[in-house]
Design a binder for this molecule. Structure first.
Ligand code: GLY
Length: 425
């Protein structure tokens, strides 16, 4: 054979092999389809199971071992024993833990139903989404803590996006008014909790409640709500962050607005970096920039995002429950922190010139969460979608378990990913 024709044949063969080896778009996106399939079946079964009740699925009951906690916290057992939560005798390890509509997590299950409805267009799921959202109607006047933002924004906020009506608008505005009652203008922040010995505790999680206020300003044309949100975000930006952009969990203020103390409630210790706190922070400042176009919020979101990518050392990008926890075989992950981070990074990726960096990191998280290690099989995991989240390890609560907010932010992130990449399933 002439040398020239040999080269042509080899090249053509190469092209053919290349073509057959290259995955089609449909094959590339099989993992997303699988997630949606698992999520719709799991959420339907949970919705059906609780359809005659007024409670929401929250997580699975977990047990804890004092020696394990003592190792994770680097503390003598005697120093934390009293603070551990006692669970009901009926709460068998691994059984479904439900919560009332006044629990801080009550909005996530209805919110997940809205997202899975949006992803599937399945009308039965929409009916469930409406049913579970309506259960939260009494929450609109709740002023017992800052969590009304989480509760109402994830439930009624998504209802407004996908099936708007006047009642929903009223609920959103009333809820924003309830949240505003917790704002102190001398201090310049919304008070998070009423329990504990702190004078005026504000936790980083509170950044997530501001979206409700931005929404209320848009719905009413009244700037008061947005102004409160901006003051809170600025106060938190000035006081919650360390020079390396990790954040404290709790900052408590004196009545004149000076700092009383900086501590943790759910992290390893006051100076550690609790994984979910870092995730709330990057999510919060990303959307504060979306709503205000204030570059200082964008800069803070980028600083936190870069810190997260530097500090999360796991191969699959799913963080341990606290960045400073001792790493052993037993150290639990926090899939919820990863899901929140993925969702935030996807939005952040659209706001900066080197956005692809954040998009790729979010993609890595989503693919990890879609792997067998984290993604439930249909019919397992009591109806939850993801495994391996950690709620409050120092309080002996929800350690290495599925939790409703991990599922919620996972679905939100999947939706954002599909939209950003213009994926047709
Ligand atoms: N907002 C409470 C938590 O993240 O556990």
């Amino acid at each position: 054979m002439k040398a020239k024709s040999f080269i042509i044949i080899v090249m053509a063969g190469g092209i053919l092999v290349g073509c057959s080896a290259k995955k089609t778009d449909k094959e590339e996106n099989e993992w997303i389809k699988n997630c949606i399939n698992v999520a719709s079946k799991q959420l339907s079964s949970l919705a059906e199971q609780l359809a005659d009740t007024c409670v929401m699925p929250r997580s699975l009951w977990t047990g804890y071992d004092l020696e394990f906690l003592s190792n994770q916290l680097d503390r003598e057992i005697s120093t934390f024993k009293d603070s551990l939560r006692i669970r009901p005798v009926s709460a068998r390890t691994g059984s479904l833990r439900t919560c009332s509509i006044y629990d801080w997590t009550s909005g996530f299950f209805p919110g997940s139903l809205w997202y899975i409805y949006e992803l599937t267009k399945n009308e039965d799921l929409k009916k469930y989404a409406i049913r579970y959202t309506n259960l939260l109607y009494p929450v609109r006047t709740y002023t017992g803590n800052h969590d009304i933002g989480f509760m109402i924004n994830c439930s009624y906020g998504n209802a407004f996006r996908l099936a708007p009506n006047d009642t929903i608008i009223d609920v959103l505005i009333e809820s924003a008014n309830s949240l505003c009652t917790r704002f102190n203008k001398e201090i310049g922040a919304i008070r998070s909790w009423d329990f504990g010995r702190w004078n005026y505790p504000v936790i980083i999680d509170n950044m997530m409640n501001l979206d409700l206020l931005f929404m209320a300003s848009k719905l009413t044309g009244i700037s008061k709500y947005k102004n409160i949100a901006v003051q809170h975000a600025n106060k938190t930006k000035d006081n919650h962050f360390r020079p390396d952009y990790t954040c404290w969990h709790v900052v408590s203020y004196n009545n004149d607005g000076t700092v009383e103390c900086k501590q943790t409630f759910q992290g390893k210790n006051d100076n550690s970096s609790w994984a979910r706190g870092q995730a709330w922070a990057v999510y919060g400042y990303t959307y504060c920039y979306r709503e205000t176009k204030d570059k200082t919020f964008l800069n803070r979101a980028v600083e936190i995002a870069d810190m997260i990518m530097e500090r999360v050392k796991t191969d699959d990008a799913i963080p341990y429950w606290d960045y400073d926890a001792p790493i052993t075989e037993e150290t639990p992950r926090d899939a919820s922190a990863a899901a929140i981070t993925a969702s935030a990074f996807l939005e952040l990726s659209t706001m900066v010139t080197d956005g692809n960096l954040y998009l790729l990191y979010a993609e890595k998280i989503l693919k990890s969460l879609s792997s067998e290690k984290y993604l439930s099989k249909v019919g397992e995991n009591e109806g939850f979608i993801l495994r391996h989240s950690t709620g409050s390890l120092p309080n002996g609560s929800e350690i290495d378990t599925p939790i409703n907010y991990a599922d919620y932010y996972f679905l939100e992130a999947l939706k954002r990913y599909i939209d950003l990449k213009n994926i047709k399933l």
